[in-house]
Design a protein around this ligand. Sequence first.
Ligand SMILES: [Zn+2]
Length: 276
Amino acid sequence: MPELPEVETIIRSLSSKLIGLEGSSFNFFFPGLLKNNDQDILQKLKGKKVIHLRRRGKWILIDFENNLSLVCHLKMTGQLLFIPSERPLDKHTHFILSFKDSRYELRFRDVRKFGSISCYPTPEVLKFLNLGPEPLRVSFSHFRKLFQGRRGRLKNLLLNQSFLAGIGNIYADEILFEAKLHPGLPVSLLEEEEFLRLWKAIRFILRMAIEYRGTSIRDFRDAEGQEGDFRNRLRVYGKESELCSRCGEEIERLRKGGRSSFFCPQCQVEKNRGID
Ligand SMILES: [Zn+2]
């Protein structure tokens, strides 16, 4: 699933191309992609210019000049591609946004069909998304306060989008390895120095992943169809039985609640601290 670095990569490759273009037609081939609206609202975007592209968590926001925003989530396998209109359509293309005087169009391609598009008034759009702060913008003191009254396991909390927006399974594992913290550690047992280590690890991993233009495991492509390079920098995610780059121990895979976590049992060991 695309996470913060992948969505940021898409926004960066799309912004310069999309801003200033005027929407001309909107076509859904899979109407279920449009959530919370009927198609009438999209008529209001015809003849209107794109003025801004933004990322919030894993969401892509396309703001139009008439104070309406298209909001896209790629979920498992979604791709937002800006490609020449003459390129043949494949059966996984579910939405096309065409522009006046442009040979290119925006296509939403999604093999598993879990992705979504919605349209909201721009001033209210963030209210609908209900997201925690951006992990690369939150100060350490604000970050520290987010933990007040929180319970549960550390990795689960990192994945909670109303706690912090944008982190998913891949980067949670990489962040916890960088911070030398066990994914199953109860957050109530975190020590002061560990909050700082975690905050720094979040910034380090996400910034590096953006620099390498995200991770392509299977489906992720940027808006031009290019893969991201961070896959070669992963240190624990998907590396079960490989040797830890830091200590040489074998990376383990922990399965819980339908989700896998990859970690180093030596670097991220937490003796007598509530790990079962
Ligand atoms: Zn290790």
